[in-house]
Design a protein around this ligand. Structure first.
Ligand code: DON
Length: 304
């Protein structure tokens, strides 16, 4: 049987001695303060075992990782109607690119690029009574942990600098693909991205996608079919214009965020979360990707 702790320990040694740790995101000014020497991996197996190395109990900004949770909540609220407003194709472009949105008449390529996530945020704003509170409670329920919060400084920091997201939302509005006011949807979206979690909490939260839609508390949140769709979207679109590279190197559905987190999973087997704040040129965690490549190679556990 694989000694998971030994595998994580050896990956950790490589990571902490790496000379190039990538570049910490600074376009959201509040994120620029994070120390790029932070590094963590946490693994939760379907048999109930957990393994960790490094700073896996330190909270960080989950950013775009939250888009998967927003999608699963929207799926449970309106089901297939989502796909009238968002497509399911990889974009092959950066997460904040707007050219395709204009060419394709305001239908975002997928729910994980920013424009697609803003449409999902619009759906949540329309269907949740108290969107921020209800969404946070949903995430806490998935994690089985009430100690998960928004970082208001991060949300406000993006509120004052997120010009491209304002452009995306206005473009969506011009194509009638946003039902609520731009500032209301973006206020929710910036908070959603500003949730902080530790690697352990993230692995727990994503457990339902490795467990046929049932969270750690054994409650069914989404159907098998919906889980299949979320995982397919993570595989094909979770890393934007680097989704092919992630599948090629790691071979798991996963999702990154500009806070340096990555969550990946093998259905029925495990959820693994990494955190290393330095990003590569495509906005994905440099050492997180390296760590996950080593993990699936050393353990021979990927979907391929
Ligand atoms: O909207 C943004 O730009 C950020 N709140 C989230 C972007 C992000 O995390 C991209 N992922 N790698």
């Amino acid at each position: 049987m694989t000694d998971f702790q030994a595998v994580l320990n050896s990956i950790y040694q490589d990571a902490i001695h790496a000379t190039d740790k990538g570049v910490v995101a600074s376009y959201i000014p509040e994120l620029a303060h994070v120390n790029k020497d932070n590094f963590a991996i946490q693994l939760r197996t379907a048999t109930g075992k957990t393994f960790g190395v490094g700073d896996y109990n330190t909270p960080f900004s989950i950013q775009s990782i939250s888009k998967v949770l927003a999608l699963s909540k929207a799926m449970s609220l309106i089901g297939e109607d989502i796909w009238k407003r968002v497509d399911v194709e990889p974009s092959g472009h950066p997460f904040n690119q707007l050219a395709l949105l204009e060419i394709e008449n305001g239908i975002p390529r997928n729910p994980f690029i920013n424009s697609g996530a803003i449409v999902i945020a619009d759906i949540l704003v329309s269907h949740l009574k108290n969107p921020k509170e209800d969404f946070l409670n949903y995430v806490r329920e998935l994690a089985g942990d009430t100690n998960i919060n928004y970082n208001i400084d991060v949300a406000k920091s993006e509120q004052s600098t997120g010009f491209k997201n304002f452009a995306a939302a206005n473009l969506l509005k011009s194509f009638k693909n946003l039902n609520n006011p731009v500032h209301v949807v973006l206020d929710f979206y910036f908070y959603q991205c500003a949730i902080e979690m530790t690697c352990s909490q993230l692995s727990d939260t994503f457990y339902l996608f490795a467990n046929n839609g049932k969270c750690l508390q054994n409650k069914l949140h989404i159907t098998d079919r919906q889980v299949k769709r979320v995982n397919a979207l993570m595989l094909t679109c979770g890393f934007y214009d680097e989704a092919g590279e992630f599948a090629f190197e790691v071979g798991l559905p996963g999702k990154s965020g500009v806070g340096g987190g990555i969550v990946a999973l093998l259905p029925d087997h495990f959820v693994i979360t990494t955190w290393s704040p330095g990003l590569n040129k495509k906005g994905n965690s440099k050492l997180g990707m390296q760590a996950l490549e080593q993990f699936t190679t050393k353990t021979k556990q990927s979907i391929f």
